[in-house]
Design a protein around this ligand. Structure first.
Ligand SMILES: NC(=O)C1=CN([C@@H]2O[C@H](COP(=O)(O)OP(=O)(O)OC[C@H]3O[C@@H](n4cnc5c(N)ncnc54)[C@H](OP(=O)(O)O)[C@@H]3O)[C@@H](O)[C@H]2O)C=CC1
Ligand SMILES: O=C1O[C@H](COP(=O)(O)O)[C@@H](O)[C@H](O)[C@H]1O
Length: 503
């Protein structure tokens, strides 16, 4: 399939992006390709540099060879251009530093001699969060932290509220909050940002966007992949920490928040914070009734056989880590009281698909005869990926004579068909937002901590109930208890147009 056109963009100020963890999976698979694509679009000013840092003893030429291979592997073939790749690689440098030792920092500091306050100075920490504090301390010690410098923190920020607070305090001792960009790449996805446009650039939905008109909300983030060589990290994390505490709660915020007074950074983040603080904490009994954990067994996904989670590399025998979570939460405020939000996410599900379903209430009274068919309540489906779209399911009359027959039919806004242009990857948008100095789509310290405070009520509930994940076969939609979770309330997961919904 050929890619729609890339939209040219004016260059931003020149930057020095220092990427700690520069040899890691995230840097090679996501960050370098994103920077290449922004360079290709014309957004990277002359003189900008990318300085990769990690322990490996590589010289800059060896690193460039690694980066070259990564870009060719992870960027679509029709977006590769020999001249542009060569120009991009010229921007790359490499310094070997062990973040836990004092060696190598003067080499890094040497790279900044003569740069003064010119280029925007950004430190991207794509390493384990246990290194965030030590790296910030050493950066300060090396005299690299200027008042205008920025630091980007990858998720996860900790593994519970206490560890998140500790990391925030360590980083906060070196950088002011206005210099800290905590990334959640879901906020950089085009369709996620489109939620803001849908809700606040249209007058149609806002009057209906509340408990009087909405029956419930569903958020599904389904993946076909397993733990993909990240077994050690994942087994210490699990789906609640890896996906729900951050990405899914951010989606809940964008659906649930009040209109911000503007798009200004603090205005949007203040409103998201209010949602997080309104999440009803789960007691131990709620955790039993309102959450389901699962772990995948061997099965088949998109036509290929896949092993059980327990047989993936790096997973200890008898692991009780969940690879699937379904839960029902409530936002305890005037707008949403009594409206359940059903969330589910998991690995090794039948399709890679993320969507938000807003299920409206049924009409109060029908004027149509039974022969017209069953009246179905309106449903708004925001498909985040793939096939990004917004679909509004309405009842319509089937064409033709001979009485009134009604059928549900969608109004379909397909982004690919409507806009034609290529969708930038989330990291492309977010990396450039740091250069612009716009933290609106990044998480503020209090947001991260509020999200952990709520997620922790579930983690504690699971612990005190000694909850073990329920098995599910890879290639199915999770354990049967996840179906029961929603069907007990007389509702069903939205699975139209999706493959293999059967168990
Ligand atoms: N991979 C992904 O898709 C995502 C990852 N993340 C998060 O990003 C972070 C990095 O992930 P990922 O790239 O997958 O991890 P990897 O294990 O692939 O990479 C870790 C990187 O850190 C470097 N590193 C490790 N120890 C040190 C040290 N003491 N001093 C300096 N550098 C060090 C490693 O290089 P070397 O060994 O040469 O030192 C390597 O470059 C993690 O926190 C992860 O949870 C978040 C979202 C998605
Ligand atoms: O942060 C993470 O996200 C990915 C899923 O991201 P997507 O953009 O592909 O939807 C997930 O696979 C990974 O486990 C998690 O750490």
């Amino acid at each position: 399939m050929s890619h729609p056109r890339i939209v040219a963009a004016p260059p931003l100020p020149a930057f020095d992006y220092t990427v700690f963890g520069g040899t890691g999976d995230l840097a090679l698979r996501k960050l370098l390709p994103a920077l290449y694509l922004r360079d290709r679009a014309g957004q990277v000013a002359a003189g900008s540099r990318i300085i990769a840092v990690s322990r490996s003893a590589l010289d800059p030429a060896e690193y460039r060879a690694k980066a070259d291979a990564a870009v060719r592997r992870h960027v679509a073939a029709d977006e590769l251009d020999e001249e542009l790749i060569a120009r991009f690689l010229e921007r790359l440098d490499y310094v070997s530093v062990d973040a836990t030792s004092s060696e190598g920092w003067s080499d890094l500091a040497g790279r900044f001699e003569g740069r003064g306050d010119g280029p925007v100075r950004i430190f991207y920490l794509a390493t384990s969060p246990s290194l965030f504090g030590p790296i910030c301390d050493r950066l300060k010690g090396a005299g690299l932290v200027t008042p205008a410098a920025r630091v980007v923190l990858e998720k996860p920020i900790g593994r519970d509220l206490d560890s998140a607070r500790a990391i925030n305090a360590q980083v906060g001792a070196v950088f002011a909050e206005s210099q800290i960009y905590r990334i959640d790449h879901y906020l950089g996805k085009e369709t996620v940002q489109n939620l803001l446009a849908l809700r606040f650039a249209n007058s149609l939905f806002e009057p209906l966007w509340n408990a009087n008109h909405i029956d419930h909300v569903q958020i599904t983030v389904a993946e076909t992949v397993g733990v993909e060589g990240r077994g050690d990290y994942y087994d210490h994390s699990g789906a609640l920490r890896d996906m729900v505490q951050n990405h899914l709660l951010q989606l809940v915020c964008l659906v649930g928040m009040e209109s911000p007074v503007s798009l200004a950074q603090e205005a949007v983040r203040d409103e998201k914070l209010k949602v997080l603080r309104s999440l009803k904490p789960m007691g131990v009994e709620d955790v039993g009734a309102c959450t389901v954990r699962g772990q995948y067994r061997a099965g088949a996904v998109t036509g290929g056989a896949v092993p059980a989670y327990a047989d993936e590399p790096g997973i200890p025998a008898g692991s009780g880590t969940e690879t699937f979570v379904a839960l029902k939460l409530e936002i305890a405020n005037w707008r949403w009281a009594g409206v359940p939000f059903y969330l589910r996410t998991g690995k090794r599900l039948p399709a890679k698909m993320s969507e938000i379903v807003i299920q409206f209430r049924p009409i109060p009274h029908s004027i149509f005869p039974q022969s017209a068919g069953e009246l179905q309540a309106n449903r708004l489906i925001v498909r985040l990926q793939p096939d990004e779209s917004i679909r509004l399911h309405l009842m319509a009359k089937e064409p033709g004579p001979g009485g009134m027959r009604l059928r549900q039919a969608p109004l379909n806004l397909s982004f690919a068909e409507t806009f034609g242009s290529r969708f930038p990857d989330a990291y492309e948008r977010l990396l450039m937002d740091v250069v612009r100095g716009n933290p609106t789509l990044f998480m503020r310290r209090d947001e991260v901590e509020a999200a952990w405070a709520w997620a922790e009520t579930i983690l504690e509930g699971w612990k005190s109930r000694r909850d073990q994940p329920k098995p599910y076969i890879s290639g199915t939609w999770g354990p049967s208890q996840a179906i029961a979770l929603i069907e007990r309330d007389g509702r069903t997961w939205h699975e139209d147009e999706l493959p293999n919904a059967a168990f």
